[in-house]
Ligand binder design. Structure first.
Ligand code: GTP
Ligand code: SPV
Ligand code: MN
Length: 584
C-alpha cells in the first residue's frame, strides 16, 4: 500500500507539473526558515523593515492597492448539486470551476518557488484539530501561515499518521481583479485560490479551510465550525466561564477576546483570558456541554482603532515579531494607523501622507502576530479537549432597535436570534460600507453549504442529555439621535458579560419581554460609567412597532431559504411575532 505521504507527494508533483515552478520547498516551520524568508522578502521589497529599536522583528507588507480585502463576489462553493451550496453562496459546477482556475494556474509559478505548507488547525495533539496542506508561490503567505497555524514538521507527522488533509492551492498570480477566484470543493476537501495575496483569500487555513470547508465537515461529523471569538471571564472567586461570540468581520471579536476590565472590576479581581479571536470549533463532550478550541495559533487583527484606550493587550502583543499589512508609517519608521497618537508621514501605499487621499492606514489594514505574545493568552488555550462554553453571543453593528443585550428563552430562540442577526457592512470585504445586511451567525461569507441545512444543524444540538450554553444577542453599536454611540463599549462590555454570567449561574432575574430576556433595572453594573442621560433606558428599551417591522423583514429573509428552512425556525419567528402582538 502506498504510504500516506505518497498521496501528498503525488499531489505536489501534479501541481508542480501544472504550475511549473523553478524550485519546490517543503516548509519545516523552523525559526531559521522564517528568518531566511524574511531576509528574502526584504531583498525583493515584499517586506519593509520597521524601526527595529521600537519594534524588533516587525515588518510592513504593502499589498497591491486593488487587493486589500476578501472578495465575496469572486468566492465560490463548488458542490456537485447546486442546491447544497444554497442561495447564500456563489456556485459553480466543480468541473467548470476546476477547468477555469486550472487554466490560470497553468505555468503561473514559472521562475518562482513553490512552497509546500503542512499545517494543523488546532493544538497538534487535539482530537478536534484538522490538518491541511497549502501550496503557494507567495513567501508572504508562508510567513503568515507560520504565525497563524501550527505549521511544519509536527503537522506533517500528523498528516502521515492520519492520511486525511485539506488540499489548498494558491498563487498570487497577476493580482488582476479580473483574474481572481477563491474556489471551494467541500466534497473533495479542496480549495483553489488565484490572483489575491490578501489574508482571507490567500491564508487558506483561515476562512477557506477553518470555516468554509470545516463547516461542511462539521455538519457531517456532528460539530460546529464558527466565526467566533472565545474568551474566558474569571470572577473574583476564581471561577472562569468561557464565552463564544459571533460578530461579523470588523465588528469587535478581537477587542472582546482581549478585553481589559474597567478599573472597578480590576480592583475587585476580575480577569479576562483570551482563547481565540476569530474562529471557534465546538463539539459536545461526554458531559453534554459544548467544548471549543481555537483552530488558529495567531491573530490576523484589524489595525485601525487599536490603541491603549481600546485594546492595550493587542498593542502589547504587536510590539515585536509582527507582520503589518497596509498600515501607515511615522517619520521614524514606526507603524501607524488612525486611533494611535502621533502623526503619519507615509500612507499605506507609500505616498507622503495627504489627508486628501483618505485615511493614512487602509481601513482594513492588519497585523499578524503569534497568540503566545498576547499578555492575556489563556493557560487553557491549547487544551486538547478544548474549553467548556457557558454562553454563546451573537451581535452586529445595529445603529437602532437592537438592545444592548438580550437573552434567548431557549436554544431554538437562540438559533433564531443568530439566524436573523444583521450588521452594517465594513471594510473587511470589498464593496459598500455601512449598509445593513443579514449575516446569520456572522457566517454569511463563510458558511460552506446551504443556510437552511446549517440552521437545521444548529437546531439538532438540542437533544436529550445536552447541556447547552445560554444564548444572547448584544449590540455595542446603538447610536443616539446625535449619531454617537450610546454605549462606551470595549472594556465596559465586561459589564454586559457579568450580567450574562449571573444569568448562567442563576443569580440574575432579568425581565421577560416579547423579544427576549433583558436585564432588570439595576442588574447591570454601571458604577464609574459616564453615560448620557437616558442612554441606558434607550439601550434597554423594546420598541414594539420597530420590532414588528423587524419581524416582518426577518420572515421574508428566512423564507429565502425555503424549502430547506427548518419548520422549527419558522414557528419560532411566529411565536415571537405573536408575543409582540399581545404586548401592544
Ligand atoms: P475581523 O478580524 O474582521 O473578523 O474583525 P473583529 O470582529 O475581530 O473586529 P475588531 O475587534 O478588530 O474590531 C473592529 C473595529 O470595531 C475596530 O475599529 C474597533 O475599534 C471597533 N470596535 C470593537 N469593539 C467595539 C466596541 O465595543 N464599541 C465600538 N464602538 N467599537 C468597537
Ligand atoms: C474577516 O474578514 O473576518 C477576517 C479577516 O478575519 S480575513 O482573514 O480576511 O477573513
Ligand atoms: Mn474574521
Amino acid at each position: 500500500m502506498a504510504s500516506k505521504l505518497e498521496t501528498l507527494t503525488r499531489w505536489v508533483d501534479e501541481v508542480a507539473a501544472l504550475t511549473r515552478p523553478a524550485r519546490v520547498h517543503w516548509c519545516d516551520g523552523s525559526d531559521a526558515e522564517y528568518r531566511a524568508l524574511v531576509q528574502q522578502m526584504l531583498a525583493t521589497g515584499d517586506l519593509i523593515e520597521l524601526n527595529q529599536d521600537t519594534h524588533p522583528g516587525c515588518y510592513l507588507h504593502r499589498s497591491h492597492p486593488s487587493d486589500v480585502a476578501r472578495v465575496e463576489h469572486l468566492t465560490f462553493v463548488c458542490t456537485t448539486d447546486r442546491e447544497n451550496a444554497g442561495p447564500n453562496n456563489h456556485w459553480m459546477a466543480p468541473a467548470e470551476a476546476h477547468a477555469k482556475i486550472d487554466a490560470l494556474f497553468d505555468g503561473c509559478m514559472e521562475g518562482r518557488t513553490l512552497y509546500v505548507i503542512p499545517y494543523c488547525m488546532g493544538p497538534i495533539d487535539s482530537p478536534l484539530s484538522r490538518c491541511g496542506v497549502e501550496i503557494t508561490d507567495s513567501p508572504y503567505v508562508v510567513a503568515n501561515m507560520r504565525i497563524m497555524t501550527r505549521m511544519g514538521a509536527a503537522a506533517l507527522a500528523r498528516i502521515e499518521r492520519e492520511g486525511a488533509f485539506v488540499r489548498g492551492l494558491h498563487s498570487t498570480g497577476e493580482l488582476d481583479p479580473e483574474r481572481r477566484f477563491i474556489m471551494h470543493f467541500p466534497e473533495e476537501l479542496a480549495i483553489k485560490s488565484y490572483g489575491s495575496g490578501y489574508g482571507g483569500n490567500a491564508l487558506l487555513g483561515k476562512k477557506c479551510h477553518a470555516l468554509r470547508i470545516a463547516s461542511w465537515q462539521a455538519r457531517t461529523e456532528g460539530w460546529l465550525a464558527e466565526h467566533m471569538l472565545i474568551v474566558g471571564i474569571e470572577n473574583p472567586q476564581g471561577r472562569t466561564h468561557y464565552v463564544a461570540a459571533a460578530f461579523p468581520s470588523a465588528c469587535g471579536k478581537t477587542n472582546l477576546a482581549m478585553l481589559i476590565p474597567p478599573e472597578g472590576y480590576r480592583r475587585d479581581g476580575w480577569k479576562v483570558w483570551t482563547v481565540g479571536d476569530d474562529i471557534c470549533w465546538m463539539r459536545p463532550g461526554a458531559d453534554g456541554r459544548l467544548y471549543a478550541i481555537n483552530p488558529e495559533a495567531g491573530f490576523f487583527g484589524v489595525a485601525p482603532g487599536t490603541s491603549t484606550a481600546t485594546n492595550s493587550n493587542a498593542l502589547k502583543s504587536i510590539a515585536r515579531d509582527t507582520i503589518f499589512t497596509n498600515v501607515a508609517l511615522t517619520a521614524d519608521n514606526q507603524p501607524w494607523w488612525e486611533g494611535l497618537p502621533g502623526t503619519p508621514a507615509v500612507d499605506w501605499q507609500g505616498r507622503p501622507y495627504d489627508p486628501a487621499n483618505g485615511p493614512a492606514a487602509h481601513p482594513n489594514s492588519r497585523f499578524t502576530v503569534s497568540a503566545r505574545q498576547c499578555p492575556t493568552w489563556s493557560p487553557r488555550a491549547e487544551d486538547a479537549q478544548g474549553v467548556p462554553i457557558s454562553a454563546i453571543v451573537f451581535g452586529g453593528r445595529r445603529p437602532s432597535l437592537l438592545p444592548l443585550v438580550m437573552e434567548a428563552r431557549d436554544w431554538a430562540h437562540g438559533v433564531l436570534m443568530g439566524a436573523t442577526m444583521g450588521s452594517e457592512t465594513t471594510a473587511a470585504a470589498t464593496g459598500a460600507v455601512g449598509v445593513l445586511r443579514r449575516d446569520p451567525m456572522a457566517m454569511k461569507p463563510f458558511c460552506g453549504y446551504h443556510y437552511g441545512d446549517y440552521f437545521t444543524h444548529w437546531l439538532s444540538f438540542d437533544r436529550p442529555g445536552a447541556k447547552l450554553p445560554k444564548v444572547f444577542h448584544v449590540n455595542w453599536f446603538r447610536k443616539g439621535a446625535d449619531g454617537r454611540f450610546l454605549w462606551p463599549g470595549f472594556g465596559d462590555n465586561l459589564r454586559v458579560l457579568e450580567w450574562m454570567i449571573a444569568r448562567v449561574e442563576g443569580r440574575a432575574r432579568g425581565v421577560e419581554t416579547p423579544v427576549g430576556i433583558l436585564p432588570e433595572p439595576g442588574e447591570l453594573r454601571v458604577d464609574g460609567l459616564a453615560l448620557a442621560p437616558g442612554a441606558l433606558e434607550e439601550l434597554l428599551a423594546v420598541d414594539v412597532p420597530g420590532w414588528q417591522a423587524e419581524l416582518d423583514a426577518i420572515g421574508d429573509y428566512l423564507e429565502s431559504f425555503a424549502p430547506r428552512l427548518p419548520a422549527r425556525l419558522r414557528a419560532e419567528r411566529r411565536r415571537v411575532a405573536a408575543a409582540l402582538a399581545d404586548d401592544e
